[in-house]
Design a protein around this ligand. Structure first.
Ligand SMILES: [Zn+2]
Length: 240
């Protein structure tokens, strides 16, 4: 019979005591990366938990959540049975930092074709800082050589046997939130793959999506914002 491992009180206490050391380790790494890329990742709050199905995550600031990194002590702590190796631990930090980077720095246009939390923009960030460009955790991966060029051209393949670093639910939450959050402004110019350049005239917030009224020349169309995301979301960043 398989049971989800539970962490008893004593172990929890031992793990909690490790937080300051881990925090220092993360801060040290993130400040180094910040210096290289002129970012402020080390200033983003880091929280810890006891998840057994989630290694870490980066949450972007939104209406209902503050920006933060989160890591599970059940993988990072020394007091657990099989802690991550130092290399894998550092790689996990870099994995989450790459998520932070993908939303906080300019991504060259050629790396924006593949959407998603683990799309080409994220893989590009991984290549800059030397993180394993895979959404999954496999022991020892941090020590492998990564062919970033190949990875960036590839679709993400989901291996059932491997553990997702960011819990799959996070990815779903992220997608749902992305669908609901208004990502455009009235008056903003957008690009549509078929209709070309248009101007947003009205924005309607629906239950699970955002409907935009867009003028393309003489024509007015109502389009879900998700159809624009792929072509313009990242472009808006690189236009700045
Ligand atoms: Zn991830």
């Amino acid at each position: 019979m398989s049971k989800t491992p539970t962490i008893d009180y004593e172990k929890r206490q031992a793990l909690l005591k490790e937080i300051p050391i881990l925090q220092k380790e993360i801060q040290h790494l993130f400040s180094q990366l910040d210096q290289s890329y002129h970012l402020h990742g080390a200033e983003v709050p880091v929280t810890f938990g006891f998840e057994t199905d989630l290694l870490g995550s980066y949450t972007r600031p939104s209406d209902h959540e503050e920006e933060h990194f989160h890591f599970s002590l059940c993988f990072l702590g020394y007091s657990i049975e099989k802690p991550l190796s130092k290399e894998d631990r550092m790689d996990l930090y870099k994995h989450e930092y790459a998520h932070y980077m993908q939303y906080n720095m300019q991504i060259p246009a050629e790396y924006t074709w593949q959407p998603g939390h683990h799309g080409s923009a994220w893989k590009y960030c991984c290549s800059l800082i030397g993180a394993a460009p895979t959404p999954f955790y496999k022991a020892g991966e941090a020590l492998l050589e990564h062919d970033y060029d190949k990875q960036m051209k590839q679709k993400t393949i989901f291996h059932q046997e491997s553990k997702l670093r960011d819990h799959i639910k996070r990815e779903r939450d992220y997608r749902a939130a992305e669908g609901r959050n208004v990502q455009y402004q009235v008056g903003e110019e957008i690009q549509h793959p078929k209709f070309g350049t248009g101007t947003i005239e009205a924005i309607e917030k629906l239950d699970r999506s955002v409907r935009l009224t867009i003028r393309f020349g003489d024509e007015i169309k109502k389009i879900d914002q998700k159809w624009l995301v792929k072509t313009t979301k990242y472009k808006r960043f690189s236009d700045r």
